[in-house]
Write a protein that binds this ligand. Structure first.
Ligand code: XMP
Length: 320
């Protein structure tokens, strides 16, 4: 079932998948929720090649949990590629779904429900679609099936009949690939480097980077910290870097006074396919004087910044 990146012939893969998509969808309508990442970006181009604009409708669901300027970036980047994206404001639905939830797997479940049971069925009804294009890749399936993490986008593989439960059938053309294979296909499809080399970002978005309850205020804090981390660590060319907001507070000093403040954990990973990973070697200079200093100076309430030095396993890349 797996197609390894080294053995992948992207042109052949594209041809086969275009054919397969046409056979599955026929003359019906499909929708795709584009996050702007390499998986859903690849799928958008592949889906449009197979079905065209009349049969494939592409949406960006703004769940209120995205990174700084992300909806605007996705809209303009894909518009330039001839991939029009309609932005759907679903912030309210997601924050309501997350209210009061602190357990990590329950948080993932709440996001899955809001996405697949509330927002997408509404779009399915409005467009008259019968199919949902889904950027599932092999690593997502394996980790969920192995019980490591319930990835937000795994449905059929854990026995959910989406047709019966949510009213749409899934189309998952990338599920034999890992991230490195998807990048090869994306490049062969002519997508820009900002898409095919884009750092992975998890479906549960910034909610997955907050320990404890997710509130709009906490999302704003982790959003600001994330922007600084991504900016300062850009040149490391790491597989992924992130900021995590902890639930526990610690004593620090701000403006010469004791402050029982927030803690941000920075993680930066070297990895090929996300199955295993190790922390990137970042200079002290950068960690202390660029990252920690900027985060404590610029993000309100933060008095402590740590850097994770654990490999995956036993760590996972994300904190929840
Ligand atoms: P972990 O934390 O399991 O992450 O080591 C491995 C890779 O998967 C991403 N990730 C997700 N992606 N939905 C996604 O689309 C999810 O629920 C999810 N959880 C983790 C993570 O960012 C990393 O690249």
């Amino acid at each position: 079932m797996e197609i390894k990146a080294a053995e992948l012939d992207p042109e052949k893969f594209i041809q086969e998948k275009v054919e397969e998509i046409r056979q599955i969808v026929g003359n019906k309508i499909a929708i795709l929720a584009l996050s702007g990442g390499v998986d859903s970006g690849t799928l958008a181009r592949l889906g449009l090649m197979a079905l065209g604009h009349d049969q494939l409708k592409i949406f960006f669901i703004n769940n209120g949990l995205m990174r700084k300027d992300e909806p605007e970036w996705v809209f303009s980047t894909f518009a330039k590629e001839g991939i029009p994206v309609q932005i759907i404001d679903a912030k309210e639905e997601f924050f309501v779904a997350l209210e009061g939830i602190t357990d990590p797997e329950e948080k993932r479940e709440a996001i899955t429900r809001a996405f697949y049971k509330v927002v997408l069925p509404r779009l399915i009804r409005e467009t008259g679609a019968e199919f949902l294009f889904h950027g599932t890749i092999l690593t997502d399936i394996e980790e969920t099936v192995a019980g490591i993490k319930k990835q937000h986008n795994i449905l059929e593989q854990i026995g959910i009949d989406t047709k019966k439960e949510f009213g749409y059938q899934l189309v998952e053309p990338l599920k034999q690939l890992r991230k490195d294979g998807v990048r090869k296909v994306a490049e062969a499809l002519g997508l820009p480097e900002s898409v095919y080399n884009r750092m992975p970002f998890l479906g549960p978005a910034l909610a997955g980077r907050i320990i404890g309850e997710v509130t709009p205020e906490k999302v704003e804090i982790v959003r600001q910290a994330t922007a600084i981390v991504e900016e300062e660590l850009k040149e490391e060319n790491a597989f992924q870097c992130m900021a995590i907001l902890h639930n526990d507070k610690v004593t620090g000093i701000q403006k010469g006074k004791r402050e029982f403040g927030l803690q941000i954990e920075v993680r930066c990973w070297d990895s090929r396919d996300a199955r295993t990973a190790s922390p990137t070697e970042i200079s002290w200079q950068k960690l202390i004087y660029q990252l920690a200093k900027r985060i404590t100076d610029e993000v309100p309430g933060v008095v402590s910044v740590t850097y994770n030095i654990t490999e995956k396993p036993p760590s996972t890349m994300e904190a929840i």
